[in-house]
Ligand binder design. Structure first.
Ligand code: ADP
Ligand code: 5GP
Length: 187
């Protein structure tokens, strides 16, 4: 069994920014492409950011036992990790990097124990989170409010993670994330 690194956070906290930075650092990490039944955003491509399935296709794969974990992250909108992703990445001798919601992150941590490092990315405040989602410009005002409304609940899960990184100044958060990941990979 190889190692896995899990990043979870309320949407808009800066998780993708941090994950993309780490993926560019030659640390032997590979992104676990999740499956979702939400629509692609901006330039997102099937097989790159996500596997985009219809709700029917997603449910068929749940029934077939293809998921390591899955969640109905928003009403009517499933997200999940395919077992095949983890096997594919380990077969390449690499460490799996997950970007999943807080509940999925804790479920994965439970499955992999000490082989897993679970990091929680925390925004400096809920107000900052809303501003970042507005600034990103990829979600409708209703979607943004849905995400902000969920953030308080998600923030309550932070203490259950191995590490919490507050993403206030981005440079500091990137450096801290890189240090934690390097320490875990070298342990
Ligand atoms: P997530 O993946 O957690 O939903 P993103 O990485 O997409 O979040 O970040 C949300 C938005 O906030 C993006 O526009 C990103 O450029 C911006 N952002 C990320 N980190 C910071 C930071 N420390 N300060 C200000 N803006 C940030
Ligand atoms: P977004 O729609 O912004 O890409 O993602 C919404 C939420 O779904 C984020 O919190 C993201 O981390 C989470 N998510 C993405 N993939 C998975 C997954 O495979 N499993 C779970 N449980 N959550 C996921």
């Amino acid at each position: 069994m190889g190692k896995v690194i899990i990043f979870s956070a309320p949407s808009g906290a800066g998780k993708s920014t941090i994950v993309n930075y780490l993926l560019g650092k030659n640390l032997g990490l590979e992104f676990s492409v999740s499956a979702t039944c939400r629509a692609p955003r901006g330039k997102e491509q099937h097989g790159k950011e996500y596997y985009f399935f219809t709700e029917e296709e997603f449910k068929r794969r749940i029934a077939a036992g293809e998921f390591l974990e899955y969640e109905e992250v928003y009403p009517g909108c499933f997200y999940g990790t395919l077992n095949s992703e983890v096997q594919r990445i380990w077969a390449e001798g690499k460490t799996v990097l997950f970007d999943v919601d807080v509940v999925g992150g804790l479920n994965i941590k439970k499955k992999f124990g000490n082989q897993a490092l679970a990091l929680f990315i925390q925004p400096p405040s809920v107000a900052a989170l809303r501003e970042r989602l507005q600034g990103r410009g990829t979600d409708s005002p209703e979607k943004i409010e849905q995400r902000v409304a969920k953030a308080e609940y998600e923030l309550s899960f932070a203490p259950r993670f191995d590490t919490v990184i507050v993403n206030d100044r981005l440079d500091d958060a990137l450096a801290e994330a890189e240090r934690k990941v390097r320490d875990f990979l070298n342990a």
